[in-house]
Design a protein around this ligand. Structure first.
Ligand SMILES: Cc1ncc(COP(=O)(O)O)c(C=O)c1O
Length: 382
């Protein structure tokens, strides 16, 4: 498709621009952790499924992990020859028939699921594990992202496991973190080891899940590496990490255009061609305030505006930002850190167009790798 400069007005908005250099920087950090510890790092596709860059990711990481058949199929097609893992709270028999042909590792969320699919995975020789719940929360205030929150359906609690694991189980999996440093992982592993440590001798692998912000400046990589090395030395098994965010952290922007400026009772509101509800749902779900280049906190700069969308949802507001000069119709604004949990969560509520997806190459040129149009909206309906 067309190549142009990523800042050129000819680039249609809204558009996600993923930066290859930034991606490589993250991947080099992760490859370093693999090299120094012997662990294996997988791309959690739920966070970032821009398959155009899977060949690049595959140069650095051991493979990918999926939340179900479709992501597994994507990794199978676009990252061929690399490890392909999958975890889901439940699989249907039809899905499993395909999964055992394309995945090398499956983690089950219950013994009932493990047994229901035993004939399929056993015949195919796939390595299977169980997801467990260490029942140790290290997150505050985000129960929606905490698989150890009371009443969680994610992972088997120790009290629900027999003293000997079902025949054929080769690994254990836990995922409990969200955007966290190494210390909560060290703490969680200690809690996990206390409850589940007796299963580890004899297992082939242990998956420490995602939520590790390894590529964030200031992340304590040495502590992570010490932990991985100590697990490998003590139990002699393969250690997997499956971060999503860390792979494309700070590696993408979302460029939007101001379509109108309306005056609300308290301040001007910019009507943008992007939407929190459709293009960055985590802004409403988490909630969080995405970084906006050149803008400050409300009141910090002379002109404070609310940034809103053109959907009908009154709450489809991205936040309040201040500017040196009030933005006007036709201006472009650039949100930061928009590669992760953005395009994978998109929807076309109100018939909103999906943002294009572009790749900024190391020479600065911008390649629009995907343009969406009316057909993409229509094909999901009937
Ligand atoms: C099982 C599992 N693995 C990996 C991840 C990736 O987490 P993150 O993108 O926060 O690193 C998640 C996120 O929800 C998950 O549920």
């Amino acid at each position: 498709m067309d190549r142009q400069n990523c800042t050129e007005p000819g680039l249609r908005t809204p558009v996600y621009v993923v930066d290859e250099n930034a991606l490589r920087r993250n991947l080099e950090i992760l490859a370093g952790v693999q090299q120094r510890t012997g662990c294996r790092i997988l791309l959690a596709q739920k966070a970032f499924s821009m398959f155009r860059v899977y060949p690049l990711i595959g140069q650095y990481l051991a493979g990918a992990t999926a939340s179900g058949l479709f992501e597994a199929q994507l990794a199978y097609e676009e990252m061929p020859g690399k490890e392909n893992h999958v975890f889901s709270p439940a699989f249907t028999p039809e899905e499993m028939a395909r999964i055992v042909r394309i995945c090398d590792h499956i983690s089950f969320n219950s013994i009932a699921q493990l047994e229901a699919h035993r004939p399929a995975w056993q015949a195919a020789g796939v390595s299977v594990g169980l997801r467990v719940n260490p029942e140790h929360s290290t997150q505050e205030g985000h129960a929606i992202y905490d698989p150890c929150a009371p009443g969680s359906r994610l992972g088997i609690r120790r009290q629900d496991l027999p003293d000997t694991l079902p025949q054929g189980v080769e690994g254990l999996h836990f995922h409990t973190l969200c955007e966290q440093d190494a210390a909560p992982l060290v703490e969680t592993f200690a809690a996990f080891e206390k409850s589940f440590g007796s299963y580890l001798p004899g297992l082939k692998w242990l998956n420490l899940g995602g939520g590790h912000h390894i590529t964030r400046p200031g992340y304590d990589i040495a502590a992570l590496e010490d932990l991985i090395r100590s697990i490998r030395e003590k139990y002699d098994l393969a250690v997997y990490l499956e971060p999503g965010e860390a792979i494309a952290l700070q590696a993408g922007t979302l460029i939007t255009t101001v379509l109108d400026v309306v005056q609300a009772a308290d301040m001007p509101v910019l009507i943008l061609d992007t939407s929190a509800a459709c293009h960055m749902p985590d802004v409403l779900e988490m909630p969080y305030r995405p970084p906006l280049y050149g803008a400050g906190l409300p009141g910090e700069k002379p002109c404070t505006c609310r940034l809103g969308s053109r959907t009908c949802l009154a709450g489809d507001v991205i936040g309040e930002y201040s500017f040196d000069v009030c933005p006007k119709v036709g201006d472009r604004l650039v949100f930061g850190d928009m590669a992760i949990y953005s395009m994978v969560k998109n929807n076309t509520f109100n018939g909103m167009p999906l943002p294009d997806i572009a790749l900024r190459h190391p020479d600065g040129s911008c390649e629009v790798v995907r343009h969406f149009d009316y057909q993409d909206f229509k094909m999901r309906l009937s």
